[in-house]
Ligand binder design. Structure first.
Ligand SMILES: [Zn+2]
Length: 210
């Protein structure tokens, strides 16, 4: 951004050097030992967009397919994530139900929606400036939207649901696993700086990005 580049020490040979601004698909190598110091993902918009679309499909599967078979004495039943949350609510575990619903449904669903909005809007720059606002807002929510926290929340939700009965993993369970992998891949390939570059700043906040 405004920073012309950062100074880094090569982790292999300790040579201090200035990292240049990288174009998509570029790699910065140490001139002394050839160790790769930094890479710029090939396509910081379309790759995360494809991953987010995949995550949206997997998210729907995760929330509608049977999460696990529940084998209680005398009968066999299966539940979904929303079904599990509802079951906890009905059993009087209101707080757990809310935590499960938030961590496994609302937070990941909101994240997918947010990423789709931002990525689709910046595909044809300049993006409207409210995208920048959205990104800034998301940034202030960062402690709550961190993938690690979300993934941990999903896992806790699964464990809580698993406590209800004997667990036989269903399609929904594999979908949740796939979702965790996809979220990680989105975080790795998505570069918010790429979005900032494409946001149209008219009179409002123009100096902030120059
Ligand atoms: Zn080196």
């Amino acid at each position: 951004m405004t920073d012309p580049g950062e100074t880094v020490a090569c982790p292999e040979c300790d040579l201090l050097q200035h990292l240049p601004e990288l174009a998509p698909g570029d790699k910065a190598r140490c001139p002394r030992c050839g160790n790769t110091l930094a890479t710029q993902s090939t396509d910081p918009i379309n790759v995360p967009l494809a991953l987010t679309l995949a995550a949206a499909v997997v998210f729907i599967i995760a929330n509608t397919a049977s999460l696990m078979g529940l084998s209680a004495v005398g009968h066999h039943a299966s539940t979904t994530i929303p079904g599990g949350a509802l079951e906890m609510w009905l059993q009087g575990e209101m707080l757990t139900a809310v935590v499960v619903a938030f961590c496994a449904i609302i937070a990941p669903g909101g994240y997918i929606l947010f990423m789709l909005t931002v990525l689709l809007a910046v595909r044809r720059p300049p993006a409207p400036h409210w995208i920048g606002e959205l990104l800034r807002w998301a940034d202030s929510m960062r402690p709550w939207s961190m993938s690690e926290v979300m993934i941990l929340g999903i896992l806790v939700a699964l464990i809580k649901i698993a406590e209800l009965a004997t667990v036989v993993p269903g399609i929904g369970m594999y979908a949740v696993g796939g979702l965790v992998v996809l979220f990680t891949a989105i975080m790795i390939t998505f570069d918010p700086r790429e979005v900032w570059k494409r946001v149209e700043w008219t009179d409002y906040g123009a100096e902030a990005v120059r």
